[in-house]
Design a protein around this ligand. Structure first.
Ligand code: BGC
Length: 781
């Protein structure tokens, strides 16, 4: 860190405090007297959302055109570290060219449950994969001298009540699942900033949580940058600052700066703490401002091509019976489904990009020499019956040799601020595919959507291609895969369960009122399915290719695994080889196996390559929450290498000498955890695992509402509180009804916003006095 001590010595207390919060929605304050410039922070994470006019954090108002790359859920399927770094670099270049100092991304929360409304913005259910990808994205963005901002630290697992929910999670799951990705991102990516999440973690708001911030982020991981609140995610400003949250965004109209000044004057806050925060801010401001002196001009066409390439490498071929794909030139092709004409290519909310251009599959396919015999919309995008659309689609299908059926999740189903209600596609799409399958036996389903869905049609169709949310060039990438111009190489970064009820967190998700209990602990995604041997639709790491790969010659040690992969098919292709470690004689409960390495290799037909995967110092360990350390149990560990978690091709055993730190995991008391019986975790086992008794998960319905409560709690009030709640709820429902999901989300934001945020968010336009009056009125009944 450059020494800014002299500059700090020249600053008044008010000037120092002024750097601790925004000037407006996107910028920090400048101090002319000391030539300290203002810097801009902007979303993120898969494109630049720089707003020129009206500002908001939910994607309501337009931003300047920028390249919309595939979202994180999509890019993760590439398992391609170089690609992710390159995409990061393209993002960084666009941000720098627009004088943006901090790009708010990547998003790397763990997909605890497929219904989380923001899963499309996150990488995976697995922390190792998440962390490696995020670290590379950070490196790419920061290669332009600006800052990346990994978010949302930590355990931001649900959108429902995201500003107040208390995520109750045992220390082992916290470390092994929810923080591990952030650890890689911080230690390897070295981000200049990090964003704390809105929610509480084990009773304390994330940005005030000393354990998360001081012990782990600054202590263990040696984070050198600036921690910024999520927009409006500050609770007690002084406590946040003490915990190490330097920058509060957006502006609060100076309200919280004054609180900082007062806290120093009364001795509640040591000036040294403020000085350190100022030093970190100055470092960020000057470093990024310098980098913005010489930026390169962006060639948006080149960036569009990179977006296509990124989407191509991320498409997953889920099923391909009887070599239905690639399409053959002489086949008569029918294109059916609204998503062919109107691509669903990104999610909704603060990540909403205004793309520089937008490809659609219909145009892309029509521009080829395929024998396309027609296009039918097939169904209404937002649900509802239409016999005529269906009939026309069925008629067209009957005349075709192969049907390309474009299905997906619409814009209203996945959005920031709201979790999904179920894991299903809309009924009208399911009905159509069922009826098509009755009359046709060459159906290729092409999916779009940012998170896992149930596929009751999987058996009835011949091929399934998942493009996820492919960004502005996603449709062209799909065309390339359908035609065989690109051999698909994506692999799922999340498990596809047969049905929602199978999901390990299903009985506990989302937390509805005060807390969200993570009773399933470490058993997220494949860690549950693979351990409990529950059948799935498509396993973690699954993805087909138009060629085949053979694995041989595995040699292992504690440090690495070496093996050979050979392309035994007719066409060139890329394989993602995955390495899992299976403890064979663990005395603590553990997942059957865990991902600890992967590599993506390109092979020409007949070509073979020897590859090596290095194992890091967390490869064999678990987190011992009694002694608060990572620990290795001495014993045999199987190293398994394969093409997916369910397709292990090679395995070998290594004997590992561990530290055998004593632990208190008791097989009897924690029986359901030892048996991965996570759907039935009673209070006793969960409290035993936590080591403490969690608070009531429901709101205290009789308590008077205060600053940390929300309009949503008016539900249990009489009189004004109830009225306010009903009005906001009706507004949300109405906006959804008239197909304005983004506005509806904004309304939900208001519903779930703690009263304390109202004066700050309105920059003092609604005063604390006014809020006091509203609360008085609510509490009157
Ligand atoms: C989101 C963040 C985003 C911020 C600014 C918040 O609502 O949670 O991910 O970066 O807004 O738009």
């Amino acid at each position: 860190m450059t020494n800014y001590k002299e500059l700090i010595a020249n600053m008044t207390l008010e000037e120092k405090a002024s750097l601790m919060s925004g000037e407006n929605f996107w910028n920090t304050k400048q101090i002319d007297r000391l030539r300290i410039p203002s810097i801009m922070l902007t979303d993120g994470p898969h494109g630049l959302r720089k707003q020129g006019g009206k500002a908001d954090h939910l994607g309501l108002n337009k931003s300047i055109p920028a390249t919309c790359f595939p979202t994180a859920a999509t890019l993760a399927n590439s398992w391609d570290l170089d690609l992710i770094q390159e995409v990061g670099s393209y993002l960084g270049k666009e941000a720098a060219s627009e004088q943006v100092s901090v790009l708010l991304g990547p998003g790397l929360n763990i997909k605890r449950n497929p219904l989380c409304g923001r899963n499309f913005e996150y990488f995976s259910e697995d922390p190792y994969l998440t962390g490696k990808l995020a670290a590379n994205m950070v490196k790419g963005i920061q290669s332009h001298g600006i800052a990346a901002c990994p978010k949302h630290y930590a355990v931001n697992s649900q959108e429902h009540m995201r500003m107040t929910i208390d995520e109750v999670v045992d220390e082992r799951a916290l470390r092994e699942i929810y923080l591990e990705g952030f650890r890689y991102a911080v230690e390897e990516g070295k981000p200049k900033t990090i964003m704390t999440s809105y929610n509480k973690v084990n009773g304390e708001y994330a940005n005030e949580n000393h354990h998360l911030m001081q012990d782990i982020l600054y202590g263990e991981w040696d984070f050198q940058g600036v921690a910024v609140t999520d927009w409006g995610g500050n609770n007690d400003r002084v406590e946040g600052l003490k915990a190490g949250n330097q920058l509060e965004m957006p502006s609060t109209g100076g309200i919280t700066d004054k609180e900082i000044v007062e806290a120093v004057q009364t001795g509640e806050l040591q000036v040294e703490v403020l000085d350190e925060a100022v030093e970190r801010m100055l470092q960020l401001i000057f470093e990024t401002t310098n980098a913005l002196q010489n930026t390169e001009k962006v060639d948006y066409e080149e960036h569009h091509q990179k977006a296509i390439e990124a989407a191509r490498k991320s498409i997953v071929l889920l099923k391909n019976d009887k070599a239905t794909l690639p399409l053959k030139k002489e086949q008569k092709v029918a294109i059916i489904g609204d998503f062919a004409e109107n691509p669903r290519y990104q999610g909704a909310g603060s990540s909403l990009i205004n793309p520089t251009k937008l490809d659609n599959a219909l145009d892309a396919l029509q521009a080829t020499d395929l024998a396309i015999i027609g296009y039918e919309q097939g169904f209404k995008r937002f649900g509802g019956k239409s016999e005529s659309l269906k009939k026309r689609a069925l008629k067209l299908a009957q005349e075709a040799d192969v049907v390309l059926l474009f299905l997906g999740l619409d814009e209203g189903s996945e959005a920031e601020g709201i979790d999904r209600a179920d894991m299903k596609l809309r009924d009208n799409q399911l009905e159509l595919v069922k009826e098509l399958a009755n009359v046709h036996d060459h159906i290729v389903v092409v999916l779009s959507g940012g998170s896992a869905i149930e596929m009751p049609f999987a058996e009835d169709v011949q091929a399934i291609v998942h493009g996820y949310l492919g960004g502005q060039g996603g449709a062209t990438a799909i065309r390339d895969v359908l035609l065989g111009d690109y051999n698909p190489s994506g692999k799922l970064a999340e498990t596809y369960a047969l049905k929602y009820e199978d999901i390990p967190s299903a009985p506990y998700y989302p937390g509805l009122e005060a807390t969200s209990e993570h009773r399933e602990s470490i058993y997220i995604g494949y860690r549950y399915f693979d351990t409990k041997k529950v059948p799935v639709l498509f396993p973690f790491g699954h993805g087909l290719s138009y060629t085949e790969f053979a694995y041989s010659d595995l040699r292992v040690s504690e440090q690495s695994a070496t093996f050979t992969i050979r392309n035994i098919g007719e066409v060139a292709g890329e394989e993602v080889a995955q390495l899992y470690i299976k403890p064979t004689n663990a005395s603590v409960f553990r997942a059957n196996k865990e991902l600890k390495g992967f590599i993506k290799v390109h092979l020409e037909p007949g070509e073979s390559k020897e590859v090596k995967i290095e194992l890091d110092d967390h490869a064999f360990s678990y987190y011992n929450s009694f002694h608060h350390c990572w620990s290795i149990e001495t014993g045999s560990y199987e190293i398994q290498v394969g093409s997916s978690i369910d397709d292990i091709r090679l395995s070998a055993v290594v004997e590992v000498q561990g530290d055998d730190t004593e632990h208190h995991y008791n097989k009897e008391a924690l029986k359901p955890y030892y048996q991965a019986d996570v759907h039935h975790i009673g209070d006793e086992a969960f409290h035993q695992l936590l080591g403490w008794t969690p608070p009531n998960p429901l709101w205290d319905r009789k308590a008077k509402l205060g600053y940390n409560d929300t309009i949503a709690q008016g539900k249990y009030k009489k009189g004004f509180g109830k009225l306010l709640y009903i009005v906001v709820l009706l507004a949300k429902k109405f906006l959804f009804f008239i197909r304005k999901p983004l506005l509806a989300n904004n309304v939900m934001f208001v519903m779930n916003m703690p009263f304390r945020q109202i004066p700050r968010f309105s920059q003092g336009k609604i005063s604390e006095k006014m809020v006091d009056r509203v609360l008085k009125l609510i509490n009157f009944w």
